[in-house]
Design a binder for this molecule. Structure first.
Ligand code: HEM
Length: 131
């Protein structure tokens, strides 16, 4: 939520107290933020490695899986730690391969769907005729 009015790069005005949301997948797959954004290049995150550092742009501020600001994920450090532990445990013990012949990882993305909606739960009520 904006505290003050903001000006965008094309000088449009976003008034104060405006809630701004953005679709993080698109931001993270934008070539203005990450080089070869659709390519699986894990070395891009190894900034101390020459091969990783060569991949520019590399706008770490545009990596937003846990959101940003005062309402960002409170468990992000624990989540990252857990994912590292689970991934290391898996690759140390198992070989992984795509199960369906001819199906590669890039096709998996065709099935991605993003829903920014609220799903409501059930509400059970008893209705009796009034006396
Ligand atoms: C891969 C794992 C996770 C992802 C991608 C993730 C992502 C997110 C995102 C996007 C939000 C919303 C932030 C916002 O509204 O701006 C959030 C909120 C939150 N997450 Fe996570 N989260 C993960 C794991 C966890 C774990 C493991 C915990 C707790 C142990 C946790 C605790 C919370 C809490 C408490 C909030 C609410 C923060 C607030 O509103 O102040 N998350 N998370």
């Amino acid at each position: 939520v904006t505290i003050h009015a903001l000006f965008t790069s094309d000088l449009s005005v976003i008034p104060e107290q405006t809630q701004i949301t953005l679709q993080t997948f698109s931001v993270q797959r934008d070539a203005r933020n990450f080089a070869h954004p659709d390519a699986f290049l894990p070395q891009r995150w190894l900034r101390s490695e020459p091969s990783g550092a060569a991949l520019t742009p590399h706008n770490i501020a545009a990596f937003l899986p846990f959101s940003h600001g005062s309402t960002a994920c409170a468990g992000r450090h624990l989540a990252m730690l857990e994912m590292r532990v689970v991934l290391a445990w898996l690759v140390q013990r198992f070989d992984l391969a795509f199960a369906r012949e001819g199906v590669e990882g890039d096709q998996w993305e065709d099935g991605l769907r993003d829903f920014y909606i609220m799903r409501k739960g059930s509400m059970f009520v008893n209705i009796r005729p009034r006396c």
